[in-house]
Design a protein around this ligand. Structure first.
Ligand SMILES: [Zn+2]
Length: 532
């Protein structure tokens, strides 16, 4: 029984003004976001099949849904985020045979690689990573339910979903019921119809297998997600996410399984992110894909998908050439439903954009004596008691903040939000210039208070995107600030040399640093350094 105390947080949260709209693949429209249970949100995102090291395409969904969760929590909701790991599959069996190792060992190695990459990218909001092989009982129970209700049938040790029994089949992808499932060969002969798909596959000799009412075997891919989402989030939850390539058949089949078994919707909102495409191949005349892929077009985007192209090198290699923050910035600079054109030059461009923020943080530290990274931003939209009054800078800041939140409310338009963040950055730099805050001397406390308040807003909005969570020099130095301190020492030695009018030494220091890719910039309040 719920007591009044238990009820209080949910009741308070349900009174929040909910202005968020979310594009739902099911209705093909943007819908007002209203959680199934007031105050709470469950999100299930389809994760990787762990048979090879992650490439950048595997990081797109987790980074996007990490931002989605951050924003939902910011507007006051209690969010549970689940990303599953498929650790039994034909691809895993084949790869483990090729590498002469156990499937479980291969899965563990590749899952570790995936989790390391998520951590590097700052994706630390995931509550559960369920593995298929740890949920076999739940999967068997769901298949039994479908067999009992007449939606599934056993055939020579396999179990298939009978698509003809589901009048709603095809409602997500709006495809013809007779579309093939891609399960040909021997399996095709065991199906009643080509449209049927496997829930359970009888084991061949030597393959990993589990006991079941239909003999030794292993689960099909689609049933894993129906079973694991039910166990963790319940029969109906809020958001089911995944790449656009999963709409058909994977998500169509998940809906069929879950909804035929439970008689209620599996998820209220179906969100699909655009696929990452190699810009060398997309749109290339005479290439495989001469169409321009658009948001929501599964067939066109799949043709240029990066997993199928030469751009798909191991993500751990990419991390050696680019900072995780630059890659994250690259991923969120496009609207999540649009395809992302991949090239390392584009990541580099984003790194240059980030440098503008890092330079401002140094100015801010010089002016206020406080590190930007020490600012504790408000955790929720409501906690922000921002009253601009008559201060022009704060009024501008409030307007920019509103436009940032409007962009996020419009189907998580992170690309628009990033653009607004640059406006705030320009306004802050201009304020320091106009008020000459970097010129040594006494400054009016109200000017500094305004700068602090406006900068706290920058920290607040950046936190929603998961940006600027720790100083970049710290990350370069691998956890301590040795590089930052060494640079401070070098800058002081150069300043001493200049004071002595020993310009030869000062120039020698600058040139030597330049050869290391470190640029010095002399400003009224001191010298700052950046590494290219
Ligand atoms: Zn799935």
């Amino acid at each position: 029984m719920l007591t009044a105390k238990d009820n209080r947080p949910a009741a308070a949260k349900s009174e929040l003004p909910m202005t968020l709209r979310v594009y739902n693949t099911l209705s093909k429209t943007k819908e007002p976001f209203e959680p199934v249970t007031p105050g709470k949100v469950g999100i299930y995102l389809c994760g990787p099949t762990v048979y090879k090291p992650s490439h950048i395409g595997h990081l797109v969904g987790p980074v996007i849904f990490d931002v989605v969760k951050r924003y939902l929590e910011y507007i006051g909701l209690d969010v549970t985020l689940v990303i599953n790991v498929t650790d039994v599959d034909d691809k895993l069996i084949n790869e483990s045979k090729a590498r002469k190792m156990k499937m479980a060992d291969l899965a563990r190695e590749m899952t570790d690689d995936y989790l390391r990459n998520l951590a590097a990218m700052g994706v630390d909001t995931v509550d559960h990573f369920p593995r298929a092989t740890e949920n076999i009982d739940e999967i068997i129970r769901l298949i039994q339910g479908l067999v009992k209700k007449g939606f599934a049938y056993e055939s020579e040790g396999d179990v298939y979903f009978d698509v003809g029994k589901d009048p709603q089949y095809g409602k997500l992808s709006r495809r013809d019921v007779t579309a093939l499932q891609g399960e040909g060969g021997e399996m095709a002969e065991r199906k009643r119809s080509a449209a049927d798909f496997a829930l359970w596959k009888g084991a061949k000799p030597g393959e990993p297998s589990w006991d079941s009412p239909w003999g030794q075997g292993r689960p099909g891919w689609h049933i894993e997600c129906s079973a694991m989402s039910r166990r963790i989030l319940g029969e109906t939850f809020d958001i089911h996410g995944g790449g656009l390539d999963l709409v058909f058949p994977h998500h169509e089949n998940e809906i069929a399984q879950s909804e035929c078994c439970h008689g209620k919707p599996q998820a209220k909102y179906w969100m699909h992110n655009g696929l990452m495409q190699s810009s060398q191949e997309v749109g290339k005349v005479g290439g495989r894909n001469t169409r321009t892929a658009e948001a929501g077009d599964q067939t066109a985007q799949e043709a240029g998908k990066i997993g199928k192209s030469k751009g798909a090198s191991a993500f751990s290699e990419l991390l050696k050439r680019h900072s995780p923050e630059a890659i994250r910035f690259f991923l969120i600079s496009t609207h999540y439903r649009s395809p992302i054109d991949y090239s390392e030059e584009r990541i580099q461009e984003k790194a240059v954009g980030l440098e503008q923020f890092y330079r401002f943080f140094k100015r801010y530290a010089r002016v206020t004596g406080q590190s930007f990274y020490e600012i504790v931003p408000p955790e929720t939209r409501q906690a922000h008691d921002f009253k601009p009054g008559n201060d022009a800078m704060l009024r501008q800041t409030a307007d920019i903040r509103k436009r940032f939140l409007d962009a996020m409310d419009d189907d998580f338009n992170t690309g628009g939000a990033v653009g607004v963040l640059f406006e705030l950055l320009s306004a802050l730099n201009k304020y320091i210039d106009d008020e000459r805050l970097e010129t040594p001397g006494k400054h009016e406390e109200t000017r500094l208070a305004t700068l602090r308040q406006a900068t706290a807003t920058l920290a607040e909005l950046a936190a929603i995107l998961g940006l600027f969570r720790q100083p970049v020099e710290t990350r370069v130095a691998g956890g301590d600030d040795t590089v930052g301190k060494l640079m401070q020492l070098v800058i002081e030695l150069r300043a001493d040399a200049r004071k002595r009018k020993d310009f030869a030494t000062a120039d020698k220091i600058r040139n030597a640093l330049g050869e290391l890719g470190i640029a010095l910039e002399d400003r009224p309040g001191g010298t700052e350094w950046t590494k290219s």
